[in-house]
Design a protein around this ligand. Structure first.
Ligand SMILES: [Fe+2]
Length: 591
């Protein structure tokens, strides 16, 4: 059975993270985010037309081959069940989610709309490899709720409780990020930045927002509860956003970071204590929710999804509390993952597999490129393609990293979700603190934002301490502390609180990526490299070879480029412009 899952729509400029996925017989065959194709970060209000076309074309399918289409949001006009009945293509919503040429087809597949939080739950439980689990979904908001607790057993996921938008942890957290001038919910990486900022701050003030796991009750700060009580109209997410903004202004640094940024007076240091307080509260409340869902299900495993589950520090906090034996977070916990989740939800309902599907080793569900395709692109850029053996490639990259060069690494399929896990990454030597600044400069990131390590799995406990949960660290979704004896050796990945956000790399699963880090380890004694996503300021992670070549050609400090088995390296003193000139002259001379 073939199901095409979609998220994203074109009628609302605030709807973000459009994506499409193809599920065949309950297996994820392909998935990609709209932003990677449209080259517009977060694909605000774009829907997912390019992602849908890629799903079909890159897997050799026509829409007529597809049995069902699913969409990861259940509009209010549909039924109240978690998956709607078949909806006619003439439904007014259809043209908002399908590209015009598909909408105009005479007999497109039946469409089902799937409740948003249920898509998050399905994406994380059905990919967890568990045969039962407690499920916690926490995001900005679904159709009406902002937090949902489920009990998953076998092929069934049943809702136990949900909490309304009034208590949205996504709004609570993102409003603080916006307050700090980092950008808010949807279309911003503000919440991720606020998480990185929090360890710089002190918990000077407890936010009086709490959750009682025994009663299943939230308590809002008194001033917000008063504003809620006095409101004459039904509260929308924007109202809660405003209430939290006011609260932060009254209780923390009183000036708004967004307006501060317009003046020279802006300084992120003013917001570090706000970040610390908000992060602390998110962790406390999510631990309360974890205790609640544990109590209601009795399960030993916890799976999470929704945008808040991208908060690595919170995930690690839950892991440290040991309420559950194992924790797993679906790596595309943002709304892009709803493409997969909605399709899996329907597929498991209509034709469930006999046994749980294995957990994917990485969310590498997108496009890859053949040597022939890459050779043509390299030729178009004036390069004479030189393909290396994998052994030679690994050796050269390890040598370059040891020589403190920055490597652009492009191999394999696009990864779904915000983390780069060794397929489209910048790599660097963690032994030099300067590399934090070099990479942040290339990527246009704030200089205080940390870098993550990709670490050989078998050496993780030598370098790190704290939670070693593979369901988090395989996907760069937790944090661990760098052991004191290692901090001086890998300063580029040590954050202000001595933590890092590791990515565990396994020999059996990660092939040449593991071998390259291992070759670097043999040269330096350091079993990890800096790994950050392969994109520059304002751009999504690269998708095509041309996009990484453009970065290589314009960024002086990126000295080495790997595209599959092809290797390019700039002469030591060459700027990108000099290199570009010399390569064109070389290729012209040899033609
Ligand atoms: Fe969501």
């Amino acid at each position: 059975m073939k199901v095409l899952g979609i998220i994203g729509r074109t009628d609302n400029p605030l709807v973000h993270d459009g994506a499409a996925a193809l599920i065949i017989d309950n297996k994820i065959v392909y998935a990609i985010e709209q932003e990677r194709l449209s080259r517009s970060r977060y694909a605000m209000g774009q829907g997912a037309p390019d992602a849908i076309r890629a799903c079909l074309q890159d897997t050799g399918h026509q829409l007529s081959d597809i049995d069902y289409i699913t969409y990861g949001w259940r509009p209010e006009l549909q039924s109240s069940t978690k998956i709607s009945d078949n909806i006619s293509v003439s439904n007014e919503l259809t043209h908002l989610i399908l590209p015009p040429e598909l909408y105009d087809l005479k007999s497109p597949p039946p469409i089902h709309f799937v409740q948003h939080h249920y898509t998050h739950a399905a994406s994380t439980y059905f990919t967890s490899g568990f045969d039962s689990a407690a499920v916690l979904v926490v995001d900005g908001r679904g159709e009406g709720e902002s937090i949902s607790l489920y009990h998953a057993k076998g092929q069934q996921i049943e809702l136990i409780e949900s909490y309304p938008m009034l208590y949205s942890l996504g709004v609570f957290y993102a409003a603080a990020a916006e307050r700090a001038g980092l950008g808010g919910l949807g279309g911003h990486s503000g919440p991720g930045k606020l998480m990185g900022l929090a360890p710089f701050g002190q918990l000077r003030q407890e936010i009086d927002f709490s959750f009682d796991p025994d009663k299943g009750q939230f308590t809002l700060p008194a001033s917000i509860q008063k504003a809620v009580d006095e409101s004459n109209t039904p509260l929308l997410a924007g109202d809660m956003w405003k209430f939290w903004h006011n609260y932060y202004g009254e209780n923390f640094y009183p000036f708004d970071g967004q307006s501060q940024k317009a003046s020279s007076a802006y300084d992120i240091a003013h917001y570090v204590d706000l970040a610390a307080s908000v992060q602390h509260k998110l962790e406390q409340i999510c631990q309360g929710l974890a205790e609640r869902v544990k109590k209601l299900t009795g399960e030993k495993n916890l799976v999470l999804s929704g945008g808040c589950a991208l908060n690595c520090s919170m995930n690690a906090y839950l892991s440290r509390q040991n309420s559950f034996e194992q924790i797993y977070v679906f790596p595309a916990a943002n709304d892009a993952g709803s493409s997969i989740g909605s399709a899996l939800a329907l597929s498991y309902t209509l034709a469930p597999p006999m046994v749980p599907q294995p957990r994917p080793s990485a969310p590498a569900f997108g496009r890859s490129y053949s040597d022939e395709e890459i050779a043509i692109v390299l030729g178009n850029y004036g390069f004479i393609p030189e393909k290396l053996s994998l052994g030679e490639l690994m050796e050269r990259v390890a040598t370059d990293l040891a020589d403190n060069k920055i490597v652009a690494w492009f191999r394999g399929h696009d990864e779904l979700g915000p983390r780069a896990l060794g397929r489209r990454s910048f790599l660097a030597n963690p032994a030099h603190r300067e590399n934090l600044g070099r990479l942040n400069k290339i990527k246009g990131r704030e200089m205080w934002r940390p870098l993550a390590p990709s670490i050989l799995d078998e050496h993780a406990e030598t370098v790190l301490e704290g939670s070693m949960e593979p369901g988090l660290h395989r996907y760069m979704l937790g944090v661990a502390s760098v052991r004191s004896e290692w901090r001086d050796q890998v300063p580029a990945v040590v954050h202000i609180d001595f933590t890092c956000r590791p990515h565990f790399v396994q020999k059996e699963e990660d092939g040449l990526y593991w071998q390259t880090i291992n070759a670097f380890y043999k040269k330096t004694g350091i079993p990890l490299v800096c790994n950050t996503s392969l994109n520059v300021a304002g751009q999504p992670i690269v998708h095509k070879p041309e996009e990484v070549l453009d970065i290589f050609m314009t960024q002086d400090d990126v000295q080495t480029l790997v595209i599959e088995g092809f290797y390019l390296s700039k002469p030591p003193t060459s700027s990108a412009e000099q290199f570009k000139q010399s390569k064109y002259e070389l290729s012209t001379a040899q033609k």
